[in-house]
Design a protein around this ligand. Structure first.
Ligand code: COA
Length: 390
C-alpha cells in the first residue's frame, strides 16, 4: 500500500560545473521541481536539503539556501540531512516520515553537492571521512582505497573478476552516452576498461580509473506529497516500499564481501511491496565502483554469492536484459555528486515510470522500479520500490 508519492521533480546536468555554487544549484533544482509539480512555492510545508559536504565547499550550513528559491519559502522549516553517499535518499526518507506523521502535505527535497572545487586527491580526503576513521582512514587513495580493499577480498574469495568489472564499466558508459544529464556522455571500449594504461591507471587495488565513479557537481530535487493529495496532481509516482537499514561502520565488524545491509534492505523492501526482484522493470543501483555493482547483484538476490559476474556476462542487466540495471549510466557515467545521488536515482526512476525520460533513455516497458542507494561501504542502505500511482 503506497504511503506517499513523488509529484514533481527536476534534474540538472551533472559534471564539472564551473561558475555554479551549491546555492545556485539548489535554487535551480528547487524552483524547477516545484514548477514541475504544478504547485506554488507557498504550498511547500517542509524542506530537506541533502548535502554531505565535509569540506568540499566552505559553506557548510545549507538548509536555508533553499529559501533563496522564492520569497514565499521564507519561514518554512528546512533541515540539512547527511548520511554519507546515501544523503539524498536519507533526505527523501525524512520527507516520507514527515508526510507519514501528518506534518506536511508537500515536502521539497533537494540533493546537492559541489565537489570539483577540490582536486581528486583532496576530494578523496573528504570522502574517506565516510569510513571508520579510527581504523580505516590511513588506507591510500581515499574512498577508492576502501573499495580497493573490498574488491581484493572478493577476488581472493571468488577469483579475479576484472573481466566482469570492465563489462560493467562499458555498460555504464554505453547507457550514460544516452543520458543528457550525465557527467560522461561517451562510450568506452571493453579493451580500454579492461587494460591498465596511462589513461586508465590503477587507482586502488584491482580498481582502475574506469572502475570508479567520478568527482562531480550536481543537484536534483523532488516534491513529495501524500497519496490523497497526489491523486489530484499531474504527476504521481508512488512509493510501494521504502526501507532503510544501517550496518556497523567498521569493516572489521563485518564480512565486507557480503553486503549484508544492502541484502536486508532489499529483502525487506521486496517483502513489503509483495514483489519478487524480477517483477521490477529496472533497477538503479549504487555503482560508486564497478565492484559495488557486482556485489549488489548478489545482495539484491539476482545471483548467488560469488556469481554476480553471471548477470553481466549473460546480459541480464543490459538495457534489453531481464533486469536492466543503471540504464541512466549509474554513478559511474552519470556522476556521483554525493548529496544529490540518491535524489537523482529517484528522479531517473520517476522519469522512466512516467514515460518522460529523454527519448534515447526511455525503456519500452517501465512500470515498477527498484532504487538502491548506499552510504559508506554498505553501511547506510536505502531501497525504494516505485510505481505509477495510476
Ligand atoms: N572514470 C572515467 N574517466 C575519468 C574518471 C572516472 N571516474 N575520473 C576522471 N576521468 C577522466 C577525466 O575526464 C580526464 O579525462 P581527459 O584526460 O580525457 O580530460 C582524465 O580521466 C583525468 O581526470 P582526473 O580528474 O585528473 O583523474 P584523477 O586520476 O585525478 O581522478 C579518480 C580519477 C578515479 C581517482 C577520481 O575520479 C576519484 O577519486 N573517484 C572516486 C570518487 C569517490 O570515491 N566517490 C565516492 C564513492 S563512495
Amino acid at each position: 500500500m503506497a504511503t506517499a508519492c513523488i509529484v514533481g521533480w527536476s534534474h540538472g546536468k551533472f559534471g564539472k560545473l564551473d561558475g555554479e555554487t551549491s546555492e545556485s544549484l539548489i535554487v535551480k533544482a528547487a524552483s524547477e521541481a516545484i514548477a514541475h509539480a504544478g504547485i506554488e512555492p507557498k504550498d511547500i510545508d517542509v524542506i530537506y536539503v541533502g548535502n554531505m559536504n565535509g569540506g568540499f565547499v566552505r559553506q557548510e550550513f545549507h538548509s536555508s539556501l533553499a529559501l533563496q528559491t522564492h520569497p514565499d519559502l521564507r519561514f518554512k522549516p528546512s533541515t540539512r540531512v547527511e548520511n554519507a553517499c546515501a544523503t539524498g535518499s536519507a533526505a527523501i526518507h525524512m520527507g516520507l516520515n514527515t508526510l507519514a506523521a501528518g506534518k506536511a502535505r508537500f515536502v521539497l527535497v533537494v540533493g546537492v553537492e559541489k565537489m570539483t572545487e577540490l582536486n581528486s586527491a583532496q576530494a578523496g580526503e573528504v570522502l574517506i571521512k565516510a569510513s571508520y576513521v579510527a581504523e580505516e582512514a590511513n588506507i591510500e587513495a581515499g574512498f577508492a582505497g576502501i573499495f580497493g580493499k573490498i574488491t581484493s577480498a572478493y577476488f581472493q574469495r571468488y577469483g579475479d573478476k576484472s573481466d566482469a568489472l570492465a563489462k560493467i564499466a562499458v555498460k555504464a558508459h554505453k547507457n550514460g552516452a544516452k543520458n543528457p544529464y550525465a557527467h560522461f556522455q561517451k562510450e568506452f571500449t571493453y579493451e580500454f576498461c579492461r587494460n591498465p594504461s596511462d589513461k586508465n591507471p590503477f587507482v586502488a587495488g584491482p580498481l582502475k580509473r574506469t572502475d570508479c565513479s567520478p568527482v562531480t557537481d550536481g543537484a536534483a530535487a523532488v516534491v513529495l506529497a501524500d497519496v490523497g493529495t497526489a491523486l489530484g496532481l499531474r504527476h504521481a509516482i508512488a512509493f510501494r516500499a521504502a526501507e532503510h537499514v544501517n550496518d556497523f561502520l567498521p569493516m572489521s565488524k563485518r564480512d565486507i564481501v557480503k553486503f549484508e545491509g544492502p541484502q536486508l534492505a532489499w529483502q525487506r523492501a521486496l517483502a513489503s511491496a509483495k514483489l519478487d526482484l524480477l517483477d521490477l522493470s529496472f533497477v538503479e543501483t549504487h555503482d560508486c565502483f564497478t565492484s559495488a555493482e557486482l556485489i549488489e547483484y548478489e545482495a539484491m538476490g539476482l545471483t548467488a554469492p560469488g556469481e554476480g559476474e553471471r548477470a553481466i556476462h549473460e546480459g541480464w542487466v543490459e538495457r534489453d536484459g531481464k533486469l536492466p540495471i543503471n540504464v541512466s549510466g549509474g554513478l559511474k557515467a552519470k556522476g556521483h555528486p554525493v548529496g544529490a545521488t540518491g535524489v537523482s536515482m529517484h528522479v531517473m526512476a520517476a522519469m522512466q515510470l512516467s514515460g518522460a525520460a529523454p527519448a534515447a533513455l526511455q525503456l519500452p516497458k517501465a512500470d515498477k522500479a527498484g532504487v538502491f542507494n548506499m552510504g559508506g561501504a554498505a553501511v547506510a542502505n536505502y531501497v525504494s520500490i516505485l510505481e505509477p500511482l495510476r
